[in-house]
Design a protein around this ligand. Structure first.
Ligand SMILES: [Zn+2]
Length: 194
């Protein structure tokens, strides 16, 4: 299978355009549009604050058992509610991505996992206001039995070739389909966290 790392959401033709601050979040002065580093950005004339826009960093985890991968159904109120996805979520500011992966898996599936490798990194242009950069990790269960929690309301095991329920993210479907444990574990993870 051809390697793929960039995925679009519904608005494939539109580059992400998140809403801008109008007033400085630090000193409340009105922001100006200014060229900064070759791009138009919102800049505060009073205190120098610059509004940078960056993708939100997240993790997705392929928990593999007997050649099958665990997916969860997304609860009401969030992005793609009712659709299915790999366990995962956003990395907190004071957290490394390995800790985030283990935390999200525990919260969403009740499982303690051993992280085995980095299998891919994906840019997801999901909507004009949501652009994520997701590190996909392969994990094995250390202990626990799967039960849905946090953002997920149901869990199920799926085979690499499906059949799949209605998936929330193109990247997840690709990751599950392209995962080849017999071709190696991907990039090793830092053993202090594994
Ligand atoms: Zn300011």
């Amino acid at each position: 299978m051809e390697i793929r790392q960039v995925f679009a959401g519904a608005a494939e033709e539109n580059p992400p355009a998140a809403p801008s601050y109008r007033y400085c979040p630090l000193c409340r002065a009105a922001l100006l549009q200014k060229e900064e580093g070759g791009r138009l950005r919102r800049v505060c004339p009073a205190c120098g604050f610059i509004q940078y826009r960056n993708p939100a960093a997240g993790v997705s985890v392929l928990i593999v058992r007997d050649g099958r991968v665990l997916i969860g159904r997304r609860g009401p109120g969030g992005v793609a509610a009712g659709k299915w996805c790999l366990p995962g979520g956003f990395i907190e500011y004071d957290e490394d991505f390995l800790t985030a992966a283990k935390r999200e898996v525990l919260e969403e599936t009740g499982l303690a996992v051993r992280l085995r490798g980095i299998v891919n990194v994906a840019s997801n242009f999901l909507s004009p206001v949501l652009h994520t950069l997701v590190i996909a990790l392969w994990a094995e269960i250390r202990h626990g039995s799967p039960r849905p929690g946090d953002d997920l309301t149901e869990l199920q095991w799926v085979g690499r070739t499906g059949p799949f329920p209605d998936m929330a993210f193109a990247a997840d479907r690709y990751l599950i389909g392209s995962f080849r444990p017999d071709h190696g574990t991907g990039l090793p993870v830092d053993g202090r966290f594994a």
